[in-house]
Design a protein. Structure first.
Length: 413
């Protein structure tokens, strides 16, 4: 056992010793060690080099924070109020894109405070929308929706319909992330209604791309693929790397759902490449998560786990709770296929709990399906039927016919 593992166990023991019996704690720690050791054996000789995908040396994070804080202090003394608020909004937006959500949160709140003092309603509205976006990235749904609705009210008063469309896009994304696809479509279509699609091709591409994701999740691939490639072309035309990354990710997700794994991997690599140009950490973490899932499906367990660990590193740094929950599901799938049933159950039950807490119905259904397969392997038929039926009901609800057939086949065998 490595010293790192021993240190983790020691810290863990200090926390739980007052809540579990000695036997319960030993069983839990044994399971932890078993999972860690199994994964280390699988990944230590892997060709995947995580250093190749290092985004930023952590020692520079403190320096960057100091530089930004120093810039704000200097600018506050030199710039007029409105120019200062414009600078703060730019800094907050950049911090959010880099996954520095705590910093973005602080700056947006400073804008709201100073904007209210200076009667700059426009800056307050943009900062409120920014807070909604930051909270959405971390799956704090209720807080995000509250901020976005407040911002929408302000944008209506200001007759800023383009910003109103952005709020609708974010509200639609939240609904989609929770698996509420009808609500998501309503938000996206409402957003489209607020803009001139011919004049605002950028925002139109974002909204159409998100509509395509909903169509992908409900097996409407032919409708989705046209919108996705059109969105990619729009972003490439203006060299918007964040948009390019999103488009590649969306296309990769569609191809993954269809089972076209080779092409999907190429798209996720395209997403990572574009994301690295602008340090779009959230999308890099998501792309790695999907690549890990594909390699799990292809039974390349060592590569799947190595990539999952890289995705987890990024997701933990930026507090991307949705991706963290999904990575537990993927690791659970790998351990199920390796017939490591105890570790698989631990990972999958943790994923299920997190997805339920995040109210993510789609990922809850996907994790329930994996649990159903696991319990079938373990000959726990009643548990298998319970989780498979739960997943089946959700997929019937959203009209995912291919998944419905797959689950019914498992239930009938």
């Amino acid at each position: 056992m490595s010293q790192e593992t021993k240190d983790i166990l020691k810290t863990f023991e200090q926390i739980v010793q007052e809540y579990l019996t000695e036997v319960e704690y030993k069983n839990l720690s044994d399971r932890f060690v078993q999972s860690v050791n199994k994964e280390k054996k699988l990944t230590q000789h892997e060709v995947f080099d995580p250093k190749k995908y290092t985004i930023e040396d952590s020692r520079f994070l403190n320096l960057r924070r100091f530089q930004i804080d120093g810039l704000i202090t200097t600018a506050d003394a030199k710039l007029d109020d409105n120019t200062f608020l414009d600078l703060l909004l730019s800094l907050a937006k950049t911090a959010s894109a880099l996954g520095e959500y705590n910093l973005a949160d602080e700056i947006y709140n400073l804008v709201i405070s100073r904007g209210a003092q200076n009667n700059n309603a426009e800056a307050v509205a943009f900062a409120t929308m920014g807070l909604g976006e930051v909270k959405a990235y971390q799956a704090y749904w209720k807080e995000s929706q509250d901020y976005l609705r407040q911002a929408s009210t302000m944008f209506v008063e200001q007759k800023d319909y383009r910003s109103l469309a952005k709020c609708e896009n974010l509200l639609g994304t939240i609904a989609g992330d929770q698996g509420n696809f009808t609500e998501a479509v309503n938000h996206f279509n409402r957003g489209i209604s607020f803009i001139d699609q011919k004049k605002d091709r950028y925002l139109s591409a974002i909204l159409e791309g998100n509509l395509a994701i909903v169509n992908t999740a409900t097996d409407k691939y032919d409708i989705a693929i046209t919108n996705l490639f059109r969105a990619l072309q729009s972003f490439e035309r203006i060299m918007d790397f964040k948009g390019i990354a999103q488009a590649h990710y969306n296309i990769g997700y569609l191809l993954m759902r269809k089972g076209d794994y080779k092409e999907a991997l190429n798209e996720f690599d395209g997403c990572i490449e574009a994301s690295r140009k602008v340090e779009y950490l959230q999308k890099i973490g998501l792309a790695f998560s999907c690549k890990s899932n594909i390699y799990a499906e292809l039974d390349d367990y060592s590569l799947s786990l190595a990539i999952a660990d890289k995705s987890m590193e990024i997701s933990l740094r930026i507090n991307d709770r949705l991706t963290i929950a999904d990575l537990y599901k993927i690791k659970g799938k790998v351990h199920r296929k390796l017939r490591e049933h105890v570790s698989a159950e631990d990972y999958l039950l943790t994923s299920l709990r997190l997805n339920k807490e995040l109210k993510n119905d789609l990922n809850t259904a996907e994790t329930s399906f994996e649990l159903g397969l696991l319990y079938k392997d373990m000959k726990r038929e009643a548990d298998a039927v319970y989780y498979l039926t739960s997943s089946l009901e959700y997929n019937k609800k959203i009209g995912a016919e291919a998944k419905v057939k797959e689950i019914e086949s498992v239930l009938n065998n």
